[in-house]
Design a protein around this ligand. Structure first.
Ligand SMILES: C[S@@+](CC[C@H](N)C(=O)[O-])C[C@H]1O[C@@H](n2cnc3c(N)ncnc32)[C@H](O)[C@@H]1O
Length: 222
C-alpha cells in the first residue's frame, strides 16, 4: 500500500502517496485549502446570480472538493449544480472513510454516496445536484467546448506529475471553460501562470490558504 493517512495543520486528514512523495492536499490544512481555493475563490466567485452552474474537477481523489460542492448545492436549492470530476485511480471507500474530512457529516450529502455513485454516467444525487464521475485520464474525456463555469484544477504538483501541467492540458482546460468562467488551482508556479496566460486566460494571483503565499484564479474573459 503506497498511501498513508496524515494529519494536516487544521486537524483534517490527507493522504500521502509514498511513490510520488506527495500529499493529496496541503499539509498546512486539507479542509482549509479546499474551502479557500476551490469553494471561496472558484465556485462562490461564479455562483452569484446564477440559476445553474457547471463544475469540473480534475482529480476526484478523496472527494473532498465535490463533497463541499454538494454542501453548497444544499445551501442554494434554487441553483442547479451539474458537476463532473475525473479520476483514473479511484480510492477505496474503506480507505477514504478513515479520513476526518467530511465534517459534520449531516451537513451535506453523505460522502459515501459520492464514492458509491457509478463511474462514467451522470447520476442525480440531490434534486439540484447531478454528478458525473469519469474514470479516465484527463485528456481522454471528450468534454464539450466552452461548457464549464468553474474548473477545479487539483492535480498533483508540477514537479511530481508534470504531464498534468503541459501547455496542451492547460489549453484543453481553456477550451472547455465557458466565457466568463474560471479555473482555480492551489499552484502558483511562474511557469504555470505563464502557460495559462498563453492559452488566453487572464491570470489573477490571490492570497493562498495558510502556508501558501499565492493561489491562482484564471479567468476566461467573456
Ligand atoms: C492532488 S490529488 C487531488 C485531491 C482531490 N481533489 C481531493 O480532494 O482529494 C490529485 C488527483 O489527481 C488524480 N490524477 C492522476 N492522474 C490524473 C489524470 N491523468 N487525470 C485526472 N486526474 C488524475 C490522482 O489520482 C489524484 O486523485
Amino acid at each position: 500500500m503506497n498511501l498513508a493517512i496524515l494529519p494536516t495543520g487544521d486537524g483534517s486528514h490527507t493522504l500521502y502517496d509514498a511513490v510520488l512523495n506527495e500529499t493529496y492536499h496541503s499539509r498546512h490544512g486539507a479542509r482549509h485549502e479546499s474551502e479557500h481555493v476551490y469553494l471561496r475563490h472558484g465556485l462562490q466567485y461564479v455562483l452569484s446570480g446564477r440559476r445553474a452552474v457547471r463544475v469540473l474537477e480534475v482529480g476526484f481523489g478523496t472527494g473532498l472538493n465535490i463533497w463541499l460542492t454538494a454542501c453548497e448545492a444544499i445551501a442554494h436549492p434554487s441553483v442547479f449544480f451539474h458537476v463532473e470530476t475525473i479520476e483514473p485511480a479511484p480510492l477505496s471507500w474503506e480507505l477514504v472513510c478513515q479520513l476526518n474530512l467530511f465534517d459534520p457529516p449531516e451537513q451535506g450529502l453523505a460522502a459515501q454516496q459520492l464514492h458509491a455513485a457509478p463511474w462514467n454516467e451522470a447520476v442525480r444525487l440531490l434534486p439540484n445536484f447531478r454528478l458525473w464521475k469519469h474514470c479516465a485520464p484527463v485528456m481522454d474525456v471528450p468534454f464539450p467546448a466552452a461548457f464549464f463555469d468553474v474548473v477545479y484544477f487539483d492535480a498533483f504538483a508540477p514537479d511530481k506529475q508534470p504531464a498534468m501541467w503541459t501547455p496542451a492540458v492547460l489549453a484543453r482546460m481553456f477550451a472547455i471553460t465557458a466565457p466568463g468562467g474560471v479555473l482555480v488551482t492551489y499552484c502558483a508556479k511562474g511557469q504555470v501562470k505563464r502557460d495559462l496566460r498563453a492559452c488566453g486566460f487572464v491570470v489573477e494571483a490571490l492570497p493562498g490558504p495558510p502556508g501558501k503565499r499565492e493561489m491562482v484564479r484564471a479567468v476566461k474573459v467573456a
